[in-house]
Structure formats: structure tokens, C-alpha cells
Design a protein around this ligand. Structure first.
Ligand SMILES: [Mg+2]
Length: 195
């Protein structure tokens, strides 16, 4: 008999959700800092048994603002700061693509770029999680469209670009967020109550 699959995932956008998106592109670890609530929010998800996966559009790679190696160093800093506070990201998915970029082979339109579902499909193949018990949290419409297309419950956070996205563009949204919340911690508290 097949064992029930109980794996559940919380997908997190990075910039504007886990850390402030300072100048649009973070190209040095010195410019990377977590939001003060991020580690505690992620550790709550860890304790509740969710896999925590980051899905991040990093078109700065295609645009040659920074390299994949730079990004690795930045992500090591992120994981180290989280670890110091008892939290952990289980995996980080990156989309380096942008059609207006210069660097080959990343200067193309690609399904990996949110709202495309490439990163979701890779995660589903690896972790075979329950889609309808899983979540997406992000500050941009692309995060919401990604989550809704994938069948996830979605949270728009009002940190990062969230406020601007919501007030300026919400009337034109084809996909609406299931919840609009102050920040990552508010989203996590709501997830704990929805269980
Ligand atoms: Mg973002």
C-alpha cells in the first residue's frame, strides 16, 4: 500500500518578503539583511513540519549585475544568519533569466521566471508535496500569479513592493491573493491557524 504523502511546503519569495529589497538588486552580502521577524517566522514553519523553499527571480544574473557565485555567497550569509537564530531554508530555487539581459544562456524568456511555474515544477518533482496544503508568500503580483496557477494558497505581504503593488495594480489582477497580510510573520501566524 502506498504511504500517504504528508509533505507540505511553504514557498517564499526572497526580496521584499524575507529581506528588504534595497535598491532592486542586491549584489553584495553586505547589502543583504533579513527582516527582523524573518528568522522567527521561518523557524515556526520549520517546527510545524513545513518544507521552506525560496523561489526567487534573479534577473540581475542575466543583466550582469552580479554572478551566480555572488548569489551563492549572499545565500550562504542568509542561511548562516537564519541558523544563528534557529531557522533554516530547505532549498533555494533561482531564476537567473530575463529577456532583456545580456548574459547567455540566461537572456531569454524562461518558464523558471515567476509567474512561470518552472521552479514550482522542479520542487514538486523533488519533494512530491501536497499542493492543496501548501502555500506561497510574496510581495509581488508575479508571486501571487505563480502561487494561484500552481494551486497553492497565496499571501501577499505588504512589505517590499507589496503596498505599491496592491494600491496601484490590484484592479487589473487576474489572480487575486487569498490573503493580504502585513508581513511574513503575519502570514505564518495565519498558516498556523489554518492548519
Ligand atoms: Mg519580492
Amino acid at each position: 500500500m502506498k504511504k500517504d504523502n504528508l509533505t507540505k511546503v511553504v514557498f517564499l519569495d526572497r526580496d521584499g518578503t524575507v529581506n528588504p529589497d534595497k535598491n532592486g538588486f542586491i549584489n553584495h552580502p553586505d547589502d543583504f539583511e533579513l527582516y527582523p521577524f524573518a528568522a522567527e517566522a521561518i523557524s515556526l514553519l520549520n517546527k510545524s513540519g513545513y518544507l521552506v523553499l525560496i523561489v526567487t527571480n534573479q534577473s540581475g544574473i542575466a543583466r550582469e549585475f552580479y554572478t551566480l557565485e555572488d548569489l551563492e555567497i549572499i545565500h550562504k550569509k542568509m542561511q548562516d544568519s537564519l541558523a544563528e537564530q534557529g531557522a533554516k531554508i530547505d532549498a533555494i530555487y533561482i531564476s537567473p533569466y530575463h529577456i532583456e539581459g545580456k548574459l547567455e544562456p540566461y537572456n531569454i524568456d524562461h518558464e523558471d521566471r515567476k509567474p512561470g511555474l518552472g521552479m514550482f515544477k522542479k520542487a514538486l518533482k523533488k519533494y512530491n508535496f501536497q499542493i492543496n496544503s501548501s502555500f506561497m508568500i510574496g510581495d509581488r503580483y508575479a508571486d501571487i500569479a505563480f502561487g494561484k496557477k500552481a494551486g497553492l494558497t497565496t499571501f501577499l505581504v505588504l512589505t517590499g513592493d507589496g503596498k505599491k503593488e496592491f494600491y496601484k495594480n490590484r484592479d487589473s489582477w487576474k489572480y487575486k491573493p487569498d490573503f493580504i497580510v502585513k508581513n511574513l510573520m503575519s502570514a505564518v501566524k495565519l498558516i498556523e491557524r489554518l492548519k
